[in-house]
Design a protein around this ligand. Structure first.
Ligand SMILES: Cc1cc2nc3c(=O)[nH]c(=O)nc-3n(C[C@H](O)[C@H](O)[C@H](O)COP(=O)(O)O)c2cc1C
Length: 202
C-alpha cells in the first residue's frame, strides 16, 4: 500500500484541509502499518506555472536554465509519484470558488495525453487504473448540493471530474464547509469531517 499525500493550503498549521488530509493518511496508516507515504506540500514547494519554455522543453528543446531544469525534474517526479500510488489524498481548500493555483500547477504536470489519458475514436480515456482518491475539502461558505451557492462550486466538482478524466472514479470527499460562519460552525464542520474519516473503510 502506497499513499501520495498532497496539501495545498497556505495556512500551515491553521489549515483545516491539512488537518483532514493528515487524518485520512493516519487512518490508513493505522490499518496498514507497512504503508509507505510520499508527501508533497504544494503550497511551500509549488511547480512553476506552465510557460512557453515548458512547452518547448516538452517538444525536446534543449534546456539550459537551471531553474527550468529543476522544475521539469519536479514535474517528472510528480508523475512517477502518481503512478506509484494506490491511494491519493488531496488536501484541497476552496480558493475563489476553485482550487489553489499550486494544486492546479500539479495537475498541469500530471494531466498529460499519452501518459495519464489518451484520445480514442470514441473520446478520451483515463489511463490511471486501480487507484482510490480522497479529497480533503475545506471551504468558508456552504456550496453543497441544494444550497443557494451550489452553482458556484468549482472545487470538489472540478477535482472529481479531473480524476475521472484520468481514470480514477473511486473518489471520496471528506468535507468541512461553512467554517467562516463562526467558531461553533467551524468546530461542528471539522468534528463531523473527522467522524467521517474515522468511518472510512480501508
Ligand atoms: C485566497 C483565499 C480564497 C478563498 N476563497 C473562498 C471562496 O471562494 N469561497 C469560500 O467559501 N471560502 C473561501 N476561502 C476560505 C477558505 O476556503 C477556508 O478558509 C478554508 O478553510 C481554507 O482551507 P484551509 O483551512 O485548509 O486553508 C478562501 C480563503 C483564501 C485564503
Amino acid at each position: 500500500m502506497h499513499i501520495l499525500h498532497l496539501d495545498s493550503s497556505v495556512l500551515g498549521a491553521a489549515s483545516v484541509s491539512r488537518q483532514l488530509s493528515a487524518g485520512i493518511v493516519a487512518r490508513y496508516h493505522a490499518q496498514y502499518p507497512d504503508l509507505t507515504i510520499v508527501s508533497r506540500d504544494l503550497a511551500s514547494d509549488p511547480a512553476l506555472h506552465l510557460s512557453g519554455a515548458h512547452m518547448a522543453a516538452f517538444q525536446g528543446a534543449v534546456v539550459d536554465d537551471a531553474t527550468m531544469m529543476a522544475d521539469l525534474i519536479k514535474g517528472n517526479s510528480y508523475m512517477d509519484e502518481l503512478f506509484a500510488a494506490d491511494v491519493i489524498v488531496i488536501g484541497a481548500p476552496m480558493y475563489n470558488l476553485s482550487i489553489p493555483t499550486s494544486l492546479k500547477a500539479w495537475i498541469d504536470r500530471i494531466a498529460i495525453a499519452g501518459k495519464t489519458f489518451q484520445y480514442t475514436a470514441t473520446g478520451p480515456e483515463g489511463l490511471l487504473k486501480n487507484k482510490r482518491a480522497f479529497i480533503a475539502s475545506a471551504r468558508g461558505g456552504v456550496y453543497s448540493a441544494g444550497s443557494p451557492a451550489a452553482a458556484l462550486e468549482h472545487q470538489e466538482s472540478y477535482l472529481i471530474g479531473l480524476l475521472a478524466f484520468l481514470g480514477i472514479t473511486d473518489v471520496t470527499v471528506v468535507r468541512a464547509e461553512g467554517i467562516a460562519f463562526g467558531p461553533e460552525a467551524k468546530e461542528a464542520a471539522v468534528s463531523q469531517a473527522l467522524k467521517d474519516i474515522a468511518a472510512i473503510p480501508a
